[in-house]
Design a protein around this ligand. Sequence first.
Ligand code: HH2
Length: 408
Amino acid sequence: MPHLSLNARVIAAANVRPILEEIGRTHTAPATEYVLPGSNTVALALENLSAAQAGLLQAEMLEAGGDVVAPQRASASGPAKVDIVLIGSRSQFQTLLARSADAAPEAAAVRDEVRRALDNHARTRFEIRMGARRLTVGPEPAVMGILNVTPDSFSDGGKWLESSSAVARADRLVEEGADIIDVGGESTRPGSNPVTEQEELARVLPVVETLASRIDVPVSIDTRHARVAREAVAAGACLVNDVTGLQGDPGMAAAVAETGAGVVIMHMLGEPRSMQDHPHYDHLMADICRYLRRGMQIAADAGVPEDGIIIDPGIGFGKTVRHNLEILARLGQLRTLGAPVLVGPSRKRFIGKLADVETPSERVYGTAAACSLAVAAGALVLRVHDVGEVRQALAVATAITQVDENAS
Ligand code: HH2
């Protein structure tokens, strides 16, 4: 079981392949014989270590030839806890892990977390369990097509409210290459008001039921309510997309576990009505990781299998434009958690602000740019309105991203 309080994050992984190729071109000796200073460097952040754990780890990492940054953090209650950053090449980390093989239990827990974090970060393929179905993602990303059966969604509210037009829209999304259809009956746009469960059920159930028997791709239910999740899965959905990351409705984790559905655990700060009122983070990526880890732990405690979980940093949910950009630029850190990463930048306000496009349905190029860079950083599921257009962008982005991976 991963160590929650250490909140490990692999921060950077420089790519050495172009350098090795360059050496290989001009020298006959195998490129691996060359020591490349600073190449293939990863940084690993760990929180809440005891002073003893930190001291030991620091000594071992320095002995392995790596570096350690260990500022002291004062703690109001209890003994001081230490946050540290280990920096080194992958082989220096391997030396660290080999050296501390006979460590005391306290140090062994940290070592296990270091190993797990590095292994998770390197993983590029997942088979996601969604009820009886399996969806393989990576290296090719999957596209989740959005189907909002709401009168007030920010970009397509009211368009697919009639069941028949919703079904026709889903058919179209599948034709364009959607791997999942995500049906939502409540807008969670900034400032939106909640709807009653009854209303939400009346909107989504007929659509989910029809789609599940009609289309060949998995149907997902975008809801934060356990009852809606249960009834939608009974009607044929096999994935629950919970924008509260299992930290809203206390019955949600059990609903997911008992129905056997997969789950998207998304990060949100606050709640939709007020989430955009001056969102603040102590440390953006560390805070999001901590929240997602808590959601994963809640899922595990309820009996949700590990391979049924997808994680999502929640673009636009309690985030400024700068926060959204930072999340997309640092998305790779989330791979440390060991679950496939989903992102949903589609047509969102930050794209409108950056590119000066007022009308959400005209933000498709900005959406494609955000999705392409997200894939390069390791995102494996993209939640979008414009499936055909984004598929085209992703075919190119994925091929470019694969150049170095395929070479190994
Ligand atoms: N964004 C929205 C809704 N659900 N789910 C996940 N996992 N990730 C997201 O980024 C996400 C989401 C908001 O977008 P949309 O559904 O288009 O709008 P609205 O909430 O107004 O219906």
